[in-house]
Design a protein around this ligand. Structure first.
Ligand SMILES: *[C@@H]1O[C@H](CO)[C@@H](O)[C@H](O)[C@H]1NC(C)=O
Length: 98
């Protein structure tokens, strides 16, 4: 007996620019066909969190509301060095319409 499963095929491409400015001009081509953008900040670095608004603006400029933006804090294993507190993230999320 054979069982055939129809499994939808999804293409996943991840572009990691590591927040580097030199990749900034390439961002529009990276996100043009994207449906999800994952914007990552370092919880131990306030500056990296503040810069997420620029990246979110870039994604919104290119894709409008046709994209899901996920805001992710990394380095959570360094919680004792956390500088980005949860309520700051929630205020930013509300303001950015993420
Ligand atoms: C954590 O996120 C920051 C900001 O995007 C990035 O520069 C850094 O490389 C990331 N670190 C790790 C370990 O993923």
């Amino acid at each position: 007996m054979y069982i055939f499963l129809l499994i939808p095929l999804h293409l996943l491409q991840l572009w990691d620019t590591a927040g580097q400015e030199r990749f900034r001009s390439l961002i529009p081509s990276y996100i043009r066909d994207s449906t999800v953008a994952v914007v990552v900040y370092d919880i131990t670095n306030v500056n990296s969190f503040q810069q997420t608004s620029k990246w979110i603006d870039d994604v919104r400029t290119e894709r409008g509301s046709d994209v899901i933006i996920m805001l992710v804090g990394n380095k959570t294993d360094l919680g004792d060095k956390r500088y980005v507190v949860f309520h700051s993230v929630m205020i930013s999320v509300a303001a950015s319409d993420i």
